[in-house]
Design a binder for this molecule. Structure first.
Ligand SMILES: Cc1cc2nc3c(=O)[nH]c(=O)nc-3n(C[C@H](O)[C@H](O)[C@H](O)COP(=O)(O)OP(=O)(O)OC[C@H]3O[C@@H](n4cnc5c(N)ncnc54)[C@H](O)[C@@H]3O)c2cc1C
Length: 496
């Protein structure tokens, strides 16, 4: 029995692996010449850059794909825990080292900004409570199937709904719990993990610090791209066939079922199709005659980003693997991004330096900087005017805070921006994480992992339930394979 997957982003790869282990003959059609979508890499003048994601959490979700295939993940994919989750720099000169050990971090906070360690401990306990309560409800199963609501964990989660800060914003919740402005800004930052605005997003997103500070941030051996490489190799070992440079142009349907896809002017038949393409172009381009769920497709998009990849002819010892240089006025920064749809003159700057963990990523004495500024999704802004201005503001800010003129140190440079993200991955508006979570109903408004009208059609990836980011994309693949297993007659599994 054949299954067709449109796209080989991390969710498409994971779905292909899962369906192959269920016994399907899986064919993946990918518009690019390479797998991985946003999770890709490039080399330039002796520097290696992970082009997209830089932060890796919940690595067991990758491991479980190897286990499912009867393999030991350690034979193919390895990673180590980062001792420092992030080094934070504030405009007033304060800096905070976010040790991944919560007790050490609490001590740092007490010493540097005078907040008692007990306050941080309590905050993390709350974060863990939200995580434990919401994960089985919002992340691990379809929110769009009645049977999900009969599960014990879901019933428990719903009963606790008023204790999850769903009805207040992240910022208000953080002000109430933490009070101290540096800490409030630091924890508000976690809204950007799914491209949202902490001044609008619900406080339930305060689950995210639990990931970083308790469950850990990790660095894959070989860099982030090792996730793509190892999953692609696993899929191939399972017999998945990949067709690169093959852009799917149509999902074929008849009555209420899917019949296959059209690609390169040819039709490929299958009664099971999974789209890893962003849900908006999946409807608009691949099935324009099907009724589209307009309310879902018109949800506000998550943020996008402008990324400068800089090969730096110097090593800055104060920089860790992940670093943040905060803006002076965070609220204004998000207002400009989500209301004015622009990037202000004092953006928060994130720098990822993989050569800190893996020195071979940069020539001797150099750093490979991935410098990212959050930006609105593409809505026709004048990016050609905006990007050089952002670049100058970033250089000015970093030169001031690192007390070194940065521009002369840039040995090589490359750029990624919302229009390029869109053209390279078909993400609507070049958004990094599909739709934003600025609305408390966002989880329910995200598209389901299946089509309600066409049997045999499923959706995975960052633009559908449960959302964007590598871990959630991997969970979307798990949900899709569970749904396929319960909805359709099954082929013989590998195990049998
Ligand atoms: C700069 C940047 C930084 C990020 N940082 C992080 C981070 O630190 N941590 C984290 O967890 N996440 C991060 N993310 C988000 C993360 O990368 C995404 O959520 C995730 O990789 C999306 O995977 P996906 O499977 O949804 O598909 P994508 O990666 O979007 O891939 C979709 C694939 O489908 C293909 N495709 C589309 N249309 C067609 C078609 N018609 N026919 C054939 N193929 C098609 C595309 O070519 C592409 O390969 C970041 C993203 C970016 C861009």
């Amino acid at each position: 029995m054949k299954a067709l997957v449109i796209g080989s982003g991390v969710a498409g790869l994971a779905t292909s692996i899962r369906l192959a282990t269920q016994g399907y003959a899986v064919e993946v059609y990918e518009a690019n010449s390479y797998p991985g979508g946003k999770l890709t890499v490039f080399e330039q003048d002796g520097f290696r850059f992970d082009a997209g994601p830089s932060l890796f959490t919940l690595p067991h979700l990758v491991d479980e794909l190897f286990a499912l295939a009867g393999e030991n993940p350690r034979d193919h994919f390895n990673y180590q825990r980062s001792e420092v989750a992030c080094h934070y720099f504030f405009e007033d000169g304060v800096d905070l080292m976010a040790w991944s050990d919560p007790a050490k971090f609490a001590q740092e906070v007490e010493e540097k900004v005078g907040v008692p360690a007990a306050t941080i401990k309590e905050f993390f306990q709350h974060s863990q409570y939200i995580y434990d309560t919401t994960t089985p409800v919002f992340l691990e199963r379809s929110l769009h199937r009645f049977s999900s609501y009969l599960h014990r964990d879901v019933i428990k989660g719903i009963a606790r709904i008023f204790s999850l800060d769903l009805f207040t914003t992240m910022d208000k919740s953080n002000r109430k719990r933490l009070k101290e402005p540096h800490l409030v800004q630091l924890f508000n930052r976690f809204a950007t993990y799914n491209g949202s605005n902490p001044f609008r997003a619900p406080g339930v997103l305060n689950t995210i610090p639990h990931l970083e500070h308790h469950l850990g941030t990790w660095f894959p051996e070989g860099g982030m791209h090792a996730i793509t490489q190892s999953l692609y190799a696993l899929a191939q070992r399972l017999g998945v066939r990949f067709h690169f440079n093959q852009k799917v142009t149509q999902i074929l349907t008849s009555d209420q079922k899917v019949l296959g896809i059209e690609v390169g002017g040819k039709q490929v038949a299958s009664s099971l199709v999974v789209s890893n393409m962003d849900i908006v172009p999946t409807y608009r381009q691949l099935m324009p005659t099907q009724p589209a769920p307009e309310k879902t497709l018109q949800q506000e998009r998550s943020s996008s980003a402008i990324i400068f990849y800089w090969g730096i002819q110097h090593q800055f010892s104060e920089l860790q693997l992940h670093n943040i240089f905060f803006s002076a006025d965070y609220q204004e920064e998000f207002r400009q991004m989500f209301e004015d749809k622009t990037v202000g003159d004092d953006p928060t700057v994130y720098i990822h330096v993989s050569s800190r963990m893996q020195p071979e990523d940069a020539p001797e004495g150099c750093d490979n900087w991935f410098v990212m500024v959050n930006a609105p999704s593409d809505q026709g802004q004048d990016w050609d005017a905006l990007i050089p201005r952002v670049r100058q503001n970033v250089l000015r800010k970093l030169s001031r805070l690192l007390k070194t003129d940065i521009e002369p140190l840039i040995k090589t440079e490359s750029l990624l921006e919302p229009r390029l993200i869109r053209s390279k991955t078909s993400s609507f508006g070049g958004a990094l994480y599909g739709s934003a979570s600025n609305d408390r109903m966002a989880a329910f408004l995200r598209h389901a992992n299946f089509s309600g009208r066409l049997s045999g059609l499923y959706f995975c990836g960052g633009s559908v339930h449960p959302g964007g980011g590598i871990p959630l994309c991997l969970l979307s693949a798990r949900i899709v394979s569970d749904l396929v297993q319960s909805d359709l007659p099954q082929p013989q599994t590998l195990a049998s």
